[in-house]
Design a protein around this ligand. Sequence first.
Ligand code: EPU
Length: 776
Amino acid sequence: MKLASEKGAALSDSVAVLDLPRFLTREHHRIHLVGVAGSGMSGLAALLIELGHVVSGSDKVSTMETDRLQRLGLRFDEQHLPEHAGATELVVFSSAIKTNNPVLVRARDLAKPIARRAEALAALMRAKRGIVVAGMHGKTTTSAMTAHVLREGGLHPSHYVGAEIPILGTNAHWDARGKWFVAEGDESDGTLALFNPEHTLVLNVEEEHLDFYADLAAIEKVFARLIEQTNGTVFYNIDDASTARLCATRKKRISFGFSDTADYRGADVDLHAFHSNFCVYSRGEKLGELVLNVPGQHNVHNAIGVVALATELGIAFDKIANSLRRFEHARRRFEIKYASERFLLVDDYAHHPTEIRATLKTARAVGRKRVLTMFQPHRYSRTKALCKEFAGAFENADRIVVTDVYPASEASIPGVSGQTIVDEIVRHGHRGANYQPQFERVHWDIGNALDVGDLVLSLGAGNIHEQLSILAADLVIAEQLKAIVGETGKVRLYEPLSKHTTLRVGGPAQFWVEPQTEKAFAELIRFCRDENLPLFVMGRGSNLLIRDGGLRGVVVHPCGGDFDKIEINGCEITAGVGAKLREVAYAGKTAGIGGLEWMEGIPGAVGGGLRMNAGAMGAQTFENVVRVRYLDATGEAHTKTRDELEVHYRNFPLLEKNFAVSAVFRGSPAPLEEIMRKLEASQEKRRTSQPAAKSAGCIFKNPDSSPAGKLIDELGLKNLQVGKARVSEVHGNFIVNDGGATAAEMLELIDRIKATARAKRGIELETEVQIVGEPA
Ligand code: EPU
């Protein structure tokens, strides 16, 4: 047996004294797996448990897979400890494990047998008739398809596949009844050369894993070795130049593909959104027609190889056809995460340019309006080596958000990031790509761009599917909200609130909802209560400072429809909460109603004016309010008159837990010239004493002793700056956004002002602006 070694570093050769196939398949032992959470290692653990061994494993992370294995009997430890080696008879390690791992170090000291994952797998295979599925792309799906067809064909195969396979139940299974063992061969670390299978299915060979291989020639060498070590037949893709060349001289070979010379030839391919129809000829003779229950031309190609293999093993065509009709994808292979007529969300493992191209072609063929993509590059070495190839792989995507690189076990390479790929895509002439270095914000970017008819695709071998899953879960809620607000109402995911605040600051709203009717608003309140979702109402955002992490839950923006209405009745003006206070003042002017002119100077809407009991020119909202209509926490409507309401300076407590719908304001008849004069006075006051730049109005409430603006001015804090947030030179109680300021900068500036007022004057300034939301 080979010396167990990892990337040139010599380990113990004591495994050489073991008859590993016998040790693993005919005896029962204590075996420890180092790096057991990995997709390959967990499959091996499952096989060893089924074979009756006492299996333990260590990993720095626990996963759903390790949880499942623990239920089957795995003794799992979430750290690597030297004592794991002491208690075991064999240590098996993943290629992601470093030579200085404490379990390996102790095992070497104790001269325990140590084997690489692929060595153990190859030994298991020797106890059966092995079939290895190898190639750069498509091997998980193809090995799963092979195991499925053999199983449906009654051959009771054992299998080992590198991903969760719902149709097979698990990623690995040992079936004592059958003779065959189907395994996905991993070319990434050269261990493919350890196998001596009966048959091999070669899908494609091209440049990949350049962290391990010097070049294509080095990769081909490993494949050539596997081909040479295959005792029976090599089934190979004749349409792939490298594969065809490698297999050309072999005696027992059977080719498959679309080319005329293929032994098993596919034809008449008809691609559909979720399946494909095609037929297969064997050496010129039509075998029959097939329906493959997964989409994509590349999957048809690989299925022809499976048909060739299964036919040669003696499975009847009808049985093969039936199995392919029922085949289901492996997890993360064009996996549908959300599907409706309006939206389709799909996750795929593609991470090599060839795979991305094939998956995007399949996505495009689904026939939705646009394809939006979130892509997480996998490994720095691949990103660097193939960045040019990536550039052209996204032609079928309308929009691409690229995250930073998922390192796998690699150290970063200076100058290589998601931006590297975006730069290449842009250079290639695509205008819809951007880099999002904050991984947890990727779903914001794609979700906010989402429109009816879109297909969203997450691509990558790391954890990008988590971002798609968050989007899918939120989309379910967004669609329920849409049903509530109806055709005329609007729902947007992750709407940037900086667009909706006068300060132009703030992260996104998880759900941004614009109902048009009181009925829809009431239903939204009930929905949020039932679903335990926070609900925040936002008008024109003039008195708001929203933190950079945005608002979780539903943000209701009552505007349009019922909410913008202004009606005049005698000296009373009824206005919806979405109407601007300024519009109420001007409606008064038109109807000859005076006393409302001060409202001209307030940038907010009626709802905000009520909530804050906003004021200007010495007047305040509730001096003019006669009635308020609101919805309570159960969505029930009420109307209350002024004398029933408790109101304070810049505060109307009723709206802490209830939601205003409209208010009736009363003025008094006045001559037009007088109204005009007062309106102009308000405008003049604004123009001369307040900044025109982006702001949230006055930041602090006026303390009893002195107006806040005057105090800040006297303290010499005007123009004090944190980043792009600055105290206005025009009015001390305004902080202005010089362009692109963050909430964090605003808050720091507020804190500095408060600290100075406290230290120098003993005054505790209290913010008037409402500060809400999550930190970034
Ligand atoms: N002052 C200074 N330096 C400054 C700013 C003001 O010395 O940098 C002095 C002014 O000269 C004046 C006094 O401070 O003698 C008060 O200033 P101002 O007349 O501008 O009124 P304010 O109390 O600062 C209030 C409202 C404003 C409203 C104006 C105009 C509050 C907290 N602010 O400001 O409302 O527009 O009156 O009527 O009550 C808002 O609520 O967001 C808002 C801007």
